[in-house]
Design a protein around this ligand. Structure first.
Ligand code: ATP
Ligand code: MG
Length: 407
């Protein structure tokens, strides 16, 4: 058994150089390290070295946890488990470590492999070809993996250096994108449906920290709908880090709209009120954009005309990452980021309940302004915000915030 100090497990995170022109590099790397540390806490030491993030595990911590943490950090292109053995070291120890790395790769679906050895220390008793052959034979025998030097699923890297032997296994794909926060902060309008969490994920992937807002129309929509948004928010935090969620009391506004706005225009006006309130939330969250799950042509409120009549309210950029996505594409990403099963729970959001029989599909901006003339927008907004709640979501918790906690 090798004493622990002579053996170290680590995971190598690679990121795309393309994002790192000029002065962006340091903030990018700092944000990435922060995000990985957030997930692993005391279980690892995280550093940047040679244009990579190295996650050094403390003894007893699981390599798979560190790999997963990197694979959930935006900015990471791949995560590769590795082992460093201080020399002197026996070939049998090297072989058993390489076999262990191969076994991890089998769990991820590898069926063929090759060993790619390098020998920086020319004095080592085997040259790189001999290392490839000896270790390749050991892995094939122990695991049943097939050797394929041209198109292998797995390249087992062996690097013999003067002070240590460095071994690295499968490269697991990361999410790509930019580290959380480097692009600023945005407020995602989360409805509990399928689209909005996917939109929030995509925006977060481009480096935006997230705050979220949900417009709750209690008792027309029940606690099940609110719980969906809570759960969606927590699932988003797995990738995007902590999210502050505002639950805005929307009931009085919906009732006023039902009373005072011509029926075909109600959805557009409700959306305009949401945008106004979301902007107010953004101001308090120091956020620079709004995110919605709109997809062009999907429903009546998502025609170009409706998007225009709703979007004109916003003075902040209104990001619609799904504007050109088909529902099947959205569903497939929703499944991958594990929000789909929550989104399809059968609790309608307010907009379904208050939806007009025959919505106006091509409203002009002037019509929208006229339709809301009888609403006391300022008073309604102030009341809705006063009655709103704020919470802080992480993967494992959802806690109410007091006013002082809100930046
Ligand atoms: P989703 O699946 O995200 O609910 P959708 O296809 O049902 O989207 P709409 O209901 O027309 O579309 O809503 C369009 C967008 O408006 C949503 O993606 C979301 O960003 C926002 N939105 C709608 N209702 C709410 C709500 N109750 N709270 C917060 N945001 C909302
Ligand atoms: Mg919806």
């Amino acid at each position: 058994m090798v004493p622990l100090s002579t053996r170290e497990e680590l995971v190598i995170g690679r990121y795309a150089e393309i994002a790192l022109k000029g002065g962006n590099r340091r903030p990018f790397e700092r944000a990435l390290v922060r995000r990985v540390k957030d997930q692993l806490g005391e279980r690892a030491r995280v550093e940047v070295s040679g244009g990579r993030v190295l996650v050094h595990l403390v003894p007893g911590a699981a390599l798979s946890d560190a790999t997963l943490a990197l694979c959930r950090s935006f900015g990471v292109v791949s995560a590769q488990p590795a082992v460093r053995l201080l020399r002197p070291v026996e070939m049998s120890e090297v072989a058993s470590e390489v076999i262990a790395l191969a076994q991890q790769a089998i769990q991820r679906g590898a069926s063929s492999f090759k060993v790619a050895a390098r020998r920086a220390d020319k004095g080592f008793f085997l040259n790189s070809l001999e290392l490839n052959r000896v270790l390749g034979a050991a892995v094939a025998e122990a695991t049943g993996l097939r050797v394929d030097v041209h198109h292998s699923d797995l390249e087992l890297e062996v690097d013999v250096r003067p002070d240590a032997v460095f071994l690295a296994g499968v490269r697991v794909a990361g999410p790509g994108g930019l580290p959380t926060g480097v692009s600023g902060r945005a407020v995602a309008l989360l409805s509990g449906g399928i689209d909005s969490p996917v939109a929030a994920y995509l925006a977060a992937k481009r480096g935006l920290a997230l705050s979220a807002v949900y417009f709750h129309t209690f008792p027309y929509t029940g606690e099940g709908a609110r719980q969906k948004v809570y759960d969606l928010c927590r699932r988003l935090t797995v990738y995007a880090g902590p999210v502050r969620l505002w639950v805005v009391h929307f009931t009085e506004i919906q009732e006023a709209i039902a009373e005072l706005v011509p029926e075909p225009m109600r959805t557009v006006v409700a959306r305009r009120m949401m945008v106004r309130l979301a902007e107010e939330v953004a101001r308090r969250e120091h956020a620079g954009a709004l995110i919605t799950g709109d997809s062009l042509g999907q429903v009546a409120s998502q025609t170009l005309e409706a998007l225009s009549a709703i979007g004109e309210i916003s003075t902040l950029p209104l990001l619609r990452p799904l504007v050109a996505w088909d529902k099947t594409e959205i569903v497939s990403l929703a499944r991958r980021i594990d929000t789909y099963s929550v989104s399809i729970r059968p609790f309608d959001d307010c907009c379904v309940l208050f939806a007009p029989q025959h919505p106006r599909t091509r409203p002009t901006r002037a019509e929208a302004a006229r339709a809301e003339e009888r609403l006391d927008i300022k008073t309604l907004m102030a009341s809705a915000l006063r009655k709103s709640e704020r919470l802080r979501a992480t993967p494992g918790s959802l806690e109410p915030l007091t006013l002082q906690d809100v930046r």
